[in-house]
Design a protein around this ligand. Structure first.
Ligand SMILES: [Zn+2]
Length: 515
């Protein structure tokens, strides 16, 4: 009996000691953090990023690995990703972790990474250098570039001049960003006069990269391994197809005049609409046509590209531009002789009223997108991808069979959607029935903008782990104390009961012995 009692007491004391140690740790954690942070701030404890490596492990994942000179549960690692000009904190991890995989990247695309060591107050204690990586091309992805630029130029535009959109290392300043397997290149001649400021050029090239990326997200495909924008002294605008664009340094085609907004985005959009996808009757009979006997499909190119040129701007700017065009239609066109069926409006080509078919065509694209979202839970992006897969033109010979007309567009919309677009086309494309749009609704614009440029924090170990850890400690400690108290109470009660009974027993036993 005595031995069991002693053993139990030892267990109880051990439990109490354990609990006090645990409690001590909990409080030490808090005190420890403060003192360590103080030390860290006073530079008494140095944290350094000793190693930082970035490797693409697949077309869709990048693995980051690092080594710190010191780690602790009170220090955290912020993993930062850069894409064009967009910065995202993709993870905040305990510093005891030494790797992270970014699984939100796209194939054949350039990214940069950095890690930052922070304390609980989000103060930066150390950081790595920035490392760059290009993810490999997914060879199984049908949207990967299939052709070399020069080869493609010869098979698709065999009539183009030898030196068309050419540049060289010596006479051009070259800016480049790899997106979806495409070398997006801006080559600026060194002899421009006037010379654009460095700030403008930086902003210009970053907008080129951003718009190219955003237009790509609609089709998820581009046929060539390069896209070029060449800026020449005395250059005039030409191109507006998938090979690229040329700008100049003076007049309306100067890059400073083109700027970094809607006009630039619109022209880059022509790589797909107008370049890869082309219409049958752009301007029949050259520059003029007879709307009494002929239709033009030019409204498709300019209308759809005006819509997408605006969609790819920053959201507020996109909404403002669309709203502006809606007001132009309602206030300047509607009910006047300016308003004509869309297939006739291109008679204004080259006049001050050319904007009419850009604007009305864009609003019809907006309505088609609205119907696809409401009826099919799909977007105009899905339909454009469908058109791309059927009508993308990659050789000169292919042109004849893959040109899109207004009739074909209607037929393909009816194939693609549960909605019957025949009456819609009758009213808004072949006639001048008032377009049913009161205001531009963001809910029909947002689903078209799936750019994945800035991604939210994917893992945040500072918010979930810390409080749980402390709560668990307190729960564990309390359980041990309660158990110890219970055992002690039971033991004391038992011992008391025993003591009450013992004299009789001993008496009797002694009595028994005596007797
Ligand atoms: Zn255009």
């Amino acid at each position: 009996m005595e031995t069991t009692y002693r053993k139990t007491l030892i267990v109880v004391f051990s439990l109490l000691i354990m609990s006090s140690t645990l409690l001590g740790n909990t409080t030490n954690c808090i005190n420890g953090t403060w003192s360590k942070t103080e030390n860290l701030l006073k530079n008494e404890v140095k944290v350094e990023v000793l190693q930082f490596n970035v490797t693409a492990t697949s077309p869709y994942s990048v693995k980051l690995q690092w080594k710190l000179s010191y780690n602790s549960s009170n220090l955290y690692i912020k993993v930062i990703r850069y894409f064009i000009t967009f910065e995202s904190t993709i993870a905040i991890l305990s510093s005891t972790i030494s790797n992270f995989t970014d699984q939100w990247v796209q194939f054949g695309t350039q990214y940069s990474y950095k890690i930052v060591v922070i304390n609980e107050n989000n103060e930066i204690l150390a950081q790595s250098e920035t490392k760059h990586i290009i993810t490999p091309i997914d060879q199984n992805n049908p949207g990967k570039p299939l052709y070399n630029w020069t080869y493609y130029k010869n098979i698709k535009y065999p009539f183009s001049q030898e030196n068309y959109l050419n540049y060289d290392q010596d006479n051009f300043t070259i800016f480049r960003y790899i997106l979806h397997g495409v070398n997006v290149t801006v080559a600026v001649a060194k002899n421009l006069s006037p010379n654009p400021s460095t700030n403008f050029l930086t902003s210009f090239v970053n907008h080129v990269f951003t718009y190219f990326h955003r237009h790509w997200t609609v089709y998820q495909a581009f046929p060539i391994n390069e896209y070029r924008i060449i800026v020449l002294h005395n250059g005039k605008l030409c191109g507006e197809d998938e090979l690229g664009l040329q700008y100049g340094d003076t007049g309306k085609d100067a890059i400073t005049q083109v700027g970094t907004g809607g006009r630039l985005s619109h022209e880059i959009g022509h790589a797909w609409i107008g370049g890869i996808l082309q219409v049958e009757r752009n301007l029949p009979n050259g520059k003029t046509f007879n709307p009494e006997t002929q239709d033009s499909d030019k409204w498709i190119i300019e209308g759809f590209d005006s819509f997408y040129g605006n969609i790819q701007l920053d959201l507020q700017e996109a909404l403002n531009m669309l709203q502006h065009d809606l007001e132009y239609y309602r206030n300047t066109m509607l009910g006047t002789s300016l308003d004509k069926p869309l297939v006739d409006l291109p008679i204004y080509f080259g006049t001050e009223y050319a904007y009419t078919y850009y604007c009305k065509g864009e609003l019809v694209a907006y309505l088609i997108n609205k119907i696809l979202i409401d009826t099919d839970n799909k977007t105009l992006n899905d339909f454009m991808r469908y058109l791309y897969s059927k009508y993308n033109i990659t050789t000169w010979e292919e042109r004849e069979t893959k040109l899109i007309s207004t009739e074909k567009l209607l037929q393909e919309l009816n194939n693609f959607s549960k909605y019957n677009f025949t009456e819609f086309f009758q009213k808004y494309v072949y006639n001048t029935t008032e377009l049913p749009i009161e205001k531009i609704d963001t809910k029909y614009i947002q689903p078209l903008r799936n750019f994945q440029e800035q991604i939210p924090t994917q893992i945040n170990m500072t918010q979930t782990q810390q409080p749980t850890k402390n709560t668990n400690l307190i729960i564990a400690t309390s359980t041990i104390i309660i158990t110890a108290t219970l055992i002690t109470t039971i033991l004391i009660t038992k011992r008391k009961n025993k003591k009450d009974k013992t004299p009789n027993l001993s008496n009797s036993s002694s009595n028994q012995t005596k007797s």
